[in-house]
Design a protein around this ligand. Structure first.
Ligand code: RBF
Length: 417
């Protein structure tokens, strides 16, 4: 029975999103103890931190209901949330032909959509987003009766950025979702006109910044520090003193923060380091990534930082073949190419998405606020304990890295000064 209802719900959600223009393109319980104390304490001032994650990897379905929680714990139909009572007296029904059950009508749980602006494969920042939200929903649903459970819908919007505004607007137009959660710095500009059209729609935007909009909460990472540390090891490890960033595209955070602070880090490690940036033009073309990397390597660049989604695999392959180094951004990438990857400067996006979603579900998210977390908060980290780091990077250089990381952690070094 439950199973049939679940399948029906998934099918209906898919249909309504497709009708609304959202083509579905490719797309537990926790305990607090495993979250580093600094992460917990970032929120403790508000008494918010409650969760740690232990979720499964993100699904590769393109648009998927979170049946993980619903399968185990009952159905996940939507209705008005406790945290946004102003919303949805008239809920959008999946379709006119749908035979809505009594249980559905009495469902009172919140409803969340994750809008992935791209694809999750090879974009750790997006996979971590989805995983974190799933964890929070699973945790929230754990002790709820079926009608109170939160429902979760994940939409991969695909790599055609021209379609994102329509797809995101369509998602809001369903009026099904109390909050839409997404991630990347372009989202604030995308959601502003949508909020004008749908003033009750709330958005949580990770890796983005928008302050003072009562419909939006943003949380970004200190990418000055992330880029500086990555540049610092690149500067220390480059034998030719030539390091390059291969970016998928140009955007303000890339041009004004990531690249300049990568360069700054390189030069802080070795003042005469030559630093360059090249643009792939998309977030998926591994062949182009390899062509660009080959050309840089032929010009003597021997440390590369790919920030280009699926195209990064081409950069890694090329670096591996030619025996040069790669620095990795956003998650731990050491396993991708042991001996080639020399660093991983990680963002705790999964933990952050989990906590922020849990705060939303608890009704304590501060709308209009724009937060930023960094190395001192333990949301940006330079991985130092990975065996591949220890075996690939000489002890002397690891000691220098430990020192600079420590200086940032303790506030002795402000990389922006
Ligand atoms: N990062 C990814 O890993 N995958 C993507 O598909 C992706 N698409 C992006 C699209 C736009 C318009 C912008 C502004 C950023 C995108 N990012 C993507 C970059 C991401 O927000 C972040 O800057 C990098 O992951 C470095 O932390």
């Amino acid at each position: 029975m439950k199973h049939t209802r679940l399948i029906k719900t998934i099918a209906c959600a898919g249909i309504i999103l497709m009708l609304a223009g959202c083509t579905t393109k490719d797309g537990e319980k926790k305990d607090l103890s495993a979250i580093p104390e600094a992460i917990v304490s970032f929120f403790k001032k508000d008494g918010k931190a409650k969760n740690k994650d232990d979720g499964k990897p993100a699904k590769d379905d393109k648009a998927v209901k979170d049946d993980k929680s619903s399968k185990d714990k009952g159905k996940t139909e939507k209705k008005a949330t406790e945290t946004d009572t102003s919303k949805k007296k008239t809920e959008t029904k999946p379709s006119s032909s749908d035979t809505k059950s009594t249980a559905e009508e009495t469902h009172t749980g919140p409803s969340i959509a994750v809008f992935v602006p791209g694809i999750m494969a090879d974009s750790p920042i997006y996979a971590m987003l989805a995983d974190g939200v799933k964890n929070a929903v699973t945790q929230y649903n754990y002790d709820k009766k079926a009608s109170d459970k939160a429902e979760l819908y994940i939409l991969e919007a695909g790599t055609n950025q021209a379609q994102w505004p329509t797809k995101l607007t369509s998602l809001a137009a369903t009026k099904k979702y109390d909050v839409i959660i997404s991630s990347n710095p372009s989202l604030p500009e995308l959601v502003k006109p949508i909020i004008k059209q749908y003033p009750k729609q709330k958005f949580i935007l990770m890796d983005a910044e928008l302050e003072g909009n009562p419909n939006v909460y943003t949380m970004r990472y200190n990418q000055y520090e992330q880029a500086y540390l990555t540049g610092y090891i690149a500067g220390l490890m480059s034998k030719n003193h030539k390091a390059a960033l291969i970016a998928a595209q140009e955007y303000p955070v890339m041009n004004e923060i990531i690249y300049p602070y990568f360069e700054k880090g390189c030069k802080a490690a070795y003042a005469k380091t030559e630093v360059a940036i090249r643009i792939v033009g998309n977030w998926y073309d591994a062949n182009k990534g390899a062509v660009i990397a080959d050309s840089l390597i032929n010009n003597g660049f021997d440390v590369l930082l790919p920030i280009c989604g699926g195209a990064s695999q081409g950069v890694i392959n090329s670096a591996k073949n030619k025996g040069i180094y790669v620095t990795w951004f956003d998650n731990n990438g050491f396993d991708k190419a042991p001996g080639t990857i020399i660093s991983s400067t990680t963002l705790k996006q999964k933990e952050m998405a989990d906590i922020v979603t849990a705060n939303y579900l608890a009704g304590i998210l501060e709308w209009g606020k724009a937060d930023m977390v960094g190395v001192a908060d333990k949301y940006v980290a330079f991985v130092q304990d990975d065996p591949n780091y220890i075996s690939t990077v000489p002890d002397k250089i690891r000691k220098k890295m430990a020192k600079v990381v420590h200086s940032i952690e303790t506030g002795k070094l402000d990389v922006t000064k």
